[in-house]
Design a protein around this ligand. Structure first.
Ligand code: B4P
Length: 182
């Protein structure tokens, strides 16, 4: 089975949902940059306050900060891992390549979860997190198409990308993900 996995996709495509599902079955290390950033906010640090101010507007947190968090969590880990919500920019993807080359842990597969904007917005409005308001969601989608979607071709050109339609039940999508992991 492929065990060094990236989940890519727009906000609300279900990266977090499917990641939870998969790690509970396969025992991979789950690194969600969104969850790690929210944990920093919850800890009430001054860094957490800066992160909260960006997240609530739907802005991305700085590449340097997110990279430091990922590096800290990945270094020293020897088994499989699943990165969910990272990388989100070409800069983050290039820095990840450098880090993974240093620790000799190449990516096995990048899974793109794709879904149309109307369904994404509907799901996020139902979730109702602090950054799930329609204007903020639309801004997050704009950032996704401008800054994150270029990663699709980045990973396609490395022959790592597999696209899965994120429509249907959580179980149906999980089954399609299992199939491509072998
Ligand atoms: P994230 O925490 O990564 O969250 P997300 O992209 O909004 O959602 P995800 O795709 O994981 O959807 P989910 O499973 O929850 O990012 C939040 C913020 O963190 C960003 O805006 C940014 O500020 C910051 N950030 C994170 N990573 C960063 C990085 N690398 N660089 C800079 N900043 C970063 O699903 C959404 C909803 O749909 C849920 O309610 C779920 O229950 C529902 N759902 C899921 N699957 C479904 C299905 N099949 N059918 C119906 N509903 C479903």
């Amino acid at each position: 089975m492929k065990e060094r996995i990236l989940f890519l996709g727009p906000p609300g495509a279900g990266k977090g949902t499917q990641a939870q599902n998969l790690v509970s079955k396969c025992g991979l290390l789950h690194l969600s940059t969104g969850d790690l950033l929210r944990a920093e906010i919850k800890a009430g640090t001054s860094l957490g306050q800066q992160i909260a101010a960006l997240m609530v507007k739907g802005e991305l947190v700085s590449d340097d900060l997110v990279l430091a968090i990922v590096k800290h969590n990945l270094e020293g880990h020897t088994g499989g891992w699943l990165l969910d919500g990272f990388p989100r920019t070409i800069n983050q993807a290039k820095a990840l390549d450098t880090l993974l080359a240093e620790i000799h842990q190449p990516i096995d597969i990048v899974i793109l979860l794709s879904l149309n904007d109307d369904l994404l917005i509907e799901r996020l409005l139902n979730r109702g997190r602090v950054d799930d308001h329609e204007t903020v969601i639309r801004h997050r989608l704009e950032i996704y198409y401008n800054q994150t979607a270029p990663l699709i071709n980045f990973y396609k050109s490395k022959n790592l990308l597999v696209s899965i339609e994120a429509k249907g039940t959580v179980d149906d999508i999980a089954m399609n993900i299992s199939k491509v992991l072998g």
